[in-house]
Design a binder for this molecule. Structure first.
Ligand SMILES: [Zn+2]
Ligand SMILES: [Zn+2]
Length: 315
């Protein structure tokens, strides 16, 4: 089958053999999304060799359990052991033996087929089309913030960064009724937010030490610096980005200001599907372009442009 392969910071289209794993469902990929993590992997944020891609919607074509065959599905990306200390204590996304779809020791979804255990799969409601379902994984990641911290309607919340993930975070946070402002650099990012009634703020107008909760979603050290400046003493800083290399931080000032820092990664799929089914969140406004799998190299080039929103690959 055809697949987009990453090796030594180079992506290429390859013919590889169709995956087959005992105890896992074979999934025919319908659409997959390019995310910042994919672009970071190409740049070398984490050493990975294999098929890229972890945001997808597909159809189960082979499974031990017949009831799944022909079902349209999305899939959680962490494949876990259910036996380690983390798994046994309800922290299975932190499984010590995990593989991660298209990221750690597991071929991903820019391919005709992939495999995942049934436990990772969620059926997609009929009313949620492919171009919406493909956003389930990043939307779940956006919702993880609300799994971790309470956001009150009286909270002043600042989101720094309005790219692919930032837009989804903004859509989910605006449902909380909080006083939300977003620092967005690019014109298109700003107009998407304004169309949903979300207030956009220029970097220059940002008041320091004012915000109860600040969410960093730029993936850039400059975004972190801005978020750090904005947070009030005893405020909560939510880190939603990974950074290539090391981030330089003045931790003494964080101690003095008694800042809470919360790292935030993968989130719950069922609420993400429910919010799309009920049209409370509409990620399809983020779609900038779509390419066929044999044009995947072009799709990646396009996705890497500054300010680019979601680029999809169709199989
Ligand atoms: Zn992603
Ligand atoms: Zn485990």
């Amino acid at each position: 089958m055809k697949a987009l392969w990453l090796e030594d910071n180079q992506i290429s289209l390859r013919d590889i053999s169709q995956p087959r794993k005992l105890d896992e469902a074979l999934i025919k990929i319908r659409k997959a999304g390019i995310c910042s993590t994919d672009l970071e992997l190409v740049k070398g944020y984490y050493p990975y060799t294999g098929v890229l891609g972890h945001e997808f919607v597909g159809e189960v074509v082979e499974s031990d359990d017949d009831s799944w065959i022909g079902q349209r599905v999305v899939g959680e990306i962490n494949v876990v052991c259910n036996q380690c200390e983390q798994c046994l204590n309800g922290r299975s996304t932190h499984c010590e033996n995990r593989t991660v779809l298209g990221i750690v020791n597991r071929d991903g979804t820019f391919a005709e087929f992939t495999t995942l255990p049934l436990a990772n799969l969620h059926r997609v409601p009929d009313s949620v089309p492919d171009e919406m379902a493909v956003f389930t994984e990043p939307l779940a990641a956006a919702l993880e913030i609300q799994q971790q911290i309470q956001i009150k309607p009286t909270d002043r919340v600042l989101l720094v960064g309005a790219g692919r993930l930032g837009q989804l975070i903004a859509q989910t946070l605006s449902l909380t009724g909080c006083d939300l402002h977003v620092v967005a650099r690019h014109g298109e990012q700003q107009s998407l937010l304004q169309a949903r009634g979300v207030r956009v703020m220029a970097e220059e107008d940002l008041q320091p030490w004012r915000w109860d909760i600040v969410i960093e979603a730029t993936g850039a050290p400059s975004g972190f610096a801005l978020a750090r400046k904005a947070i009030r003493p005893r405020g909560t800083l939510v880190m939603k980005s990974t950074y290539k290399g090391e981030l330089s931080v003045n931790f003494s000032s964080i101690v003095v200001d008694e800042i809470n820092i919360v790292g935030s990664r993968c989130g719950p799929f069922e609420p993400a599907l429910r919010l799309m089914e009920s049209h409370q969140v509409d990620p399809t406004v983020l779609i900038a372009d779509e390419f066929k799998l044999d044009q995947a190299l072009k799709a990646f080039e396009h996705a890497a442009e500054a300010g680019m929103l979601k680029v999809l690959v169709e199989m």
